[in-house]
Design a protein around this ligand. Structure first.
Ligand code: NDP
Length: 445
């Protein structure tokens, strides 16, 4: 039981979103975190700011029919949830994965709103996607799906309205097909999507941004413990965009990344993962992480994902998917001496895991702060598109670094100001919430 305020919000959310456990989980974390703020700001209650925030501004669900290589008609479901536009046009990624449903997209859109606020760039929050699985599909099938998806989505987006980007299952290839179809339908060449290829308006360092940004954030966490990356052993789950570039940056700062995974299992290479091999398998060949051991027979491949958290490490970076690190895995990490955990994926730690880290005094960098580098750099891509300019890699990377430093400082200051020193989860929720709440109050009902 929380306060009467939290209980009343959570009961409304439970009644309206009964079949959406991930969404209720995301709301609960924010609502419980902002309690210390509510007493200080009575207008938040009077103006029903939280009640308004938990109801998306607009939800679009649509049919996506397409034809596979065998000539058979396929039907998927598409989503775009435009959550909150108080701070700017809607912005957030598209996820193509069979597990996608409305509740998943809503939890991601809700989180995105506060994450985008923390970047201090002028963007609102949204998320979208489909239950389409690009894995095992031919290039022609992926293109056919993306074109059909955009046939509907184009009505709802635009460079000043809603600017989607990538997420799980949506990388440069999918963004290219989506952009091409938007351009054909609307006869405009605009910055309507981010994560574009460099030849048609993409930003340097966007591909690296979420992973690099995560490592910049953890650098500040380690500093607060009087430590740095040198000689640290790092375990990273996932082997996608976020995981690979977090691994690259951590290694460049002197750490040894010993594990990566995909949805089938994980690899453990105590000597340090050879990232050229991992990138070739995942980015070029679109293969499975188990293939790593063909090139590196001294490494081990273990079927199943959870066991990855049993590998002793100094820093753990869950970068695959929601609720992938539970209470038991958190206990293992703590027992094995893990000193810091940061979320590259969105909501990868279950509430039980968060509690274990909190009770053990292991600092946890929450997703909405620690993985905000991707969307921050997407906002930089939007700026470059508007100015018809392309900044050098170093300039974008430097801005990203500054943004991540600033996010860390906001979270740490907000936590301390509300009597929760060191609690970055609460700090991120309070700082992000306040920015959105103030803009909503200013803009009326
Ligand atoms: P990718 O599609 O590039 O990679 C996802 C990785 O996670 C793959 O290795 C995938 O394995 C694995 N994975 C996906 N689902 C599961 C599952 N159910 N169980 C175990 N492993 C799984 O996605 P990203 O790297 O872009 O995204 C990873 C996470 O980071 C997501 O939570 C996303 O929301 C978050 N994120 C991404 C940002 C970005 O800029 N890309 C920005 C901020 C957050 P497999 O190949 O087997 O599916």
């Amino acid at each position: 039981m929380g306060s009467p305020f939290a209980d009343s919000i959570l009961s409304i959310v439970a009644a309206r979103n009964a079949a959406e456990p991930e969404y209720r989980q995301a709301v609960r974390e924010v609502v419980e975190s902002i309690e210390p703020l509510i007493a200080k700001r009575p207008e938040i209650v009077r103006l029903k700011i939280v009640e308004r925030m938990v109801e998306p501004e607009r939800q679009i669900i649509f049919r996506v029919p397409w034809v596979n290589d065998a000539g058979e008609v396929q039907v998927n479901r598409g989503f775009r949830v435009q959550f909150n536009s108080a701070l700017g046009p809607y912005k957030g990624g598209l996820r193509f994965h069979p597990s996608v449903n409305l509740g998943i997209i809503k939890f991601l859109g809700f989180e995105q709103t506060f994450k985008n606020a923390l970047t201090t760039t002028p963007i609102g929050g949204a998320k979208g996607g489909s239950d389409f699985d690009p894995k095992g599909k031919s290039e022609r099938e992926v293109m056919s799906f993306c074109e059909s998806f955009m046939n509907e989505l184009h009505r709802h987006i635009g460079p000043d309205t809603d600017i989607p980007a990538g997420d799980i299952g949506v990388g440069a290839r999918e963004i290219g097909f989506l952009f091409g179809q938007y351009k054909r339908i609307t006869n405009t060449f605009t910055g309507v999507l981010t994560g574009k290829g460099l030849s048609y308006g993409g930003s340097l360092a966007r591909k690296e941004a979420t992973g690099y940004g995560l490592v910049y954030f953890v650098t500040r966490m380690l500093e607060s413990l009087g430590a740095d990356w040198t000689g640290k052993t790092v375990v990273i789950s996932g082997a996608g965009n976020v995981a690979l570039y977090a691994a690259e940056k951590a290694r460049s700062l002197g750490a040894r990344v010993v594990a990566l995974s995909d949805s089938n299992g994980y690899i453990h290479d105590p000597e340090g993962i050879d990232l050229d091999t991992a990138r070739r398998i995942k980015e070029v060949e679109r293969g499975r992480i188990r293939e790593y051991v063909f090139d590196h027979p001294s490494a081990a491949y273990v079927e199943g994902c959870e066991g990855i958290w049993s590998i002793p490490c100094d820093v753990a970076l869950p970068c695959a998917t929601q609720n992938e690190l539970d209470g038991k895995s958190a206990e293992l990490l703590v027992r094995n001496g893990c000193m810091a955990v940061a979320e590259g994926a969105n909501m990868p730690c279950t509430p039980e895991a968060v509690k274990v880290f909190h009770d053990a005094g292991v600092p946890l960098g929450p997703a909405k702060a620690a993985n905000a580098g991707g969307v921050a750099t997407s906002a930089l891509e939007m700026s470059q598109n508007s100015m018809r300019l392309s900044w050098p890699f170093q300039e974008v990377d430097q801005r990203l670094h500054q943004i991540m430093d600033n996010i860390y400082s906001q979270c740490s200051r907000a936590a301390e100001a509300h009597g929760l020193k060191g609690n970055l989860v609460a700090g991120a929720n309070i700082a992000g919430f306040l920015r959105v709440a103030d803009a909503m109050i200013a803009q009326g009902i």
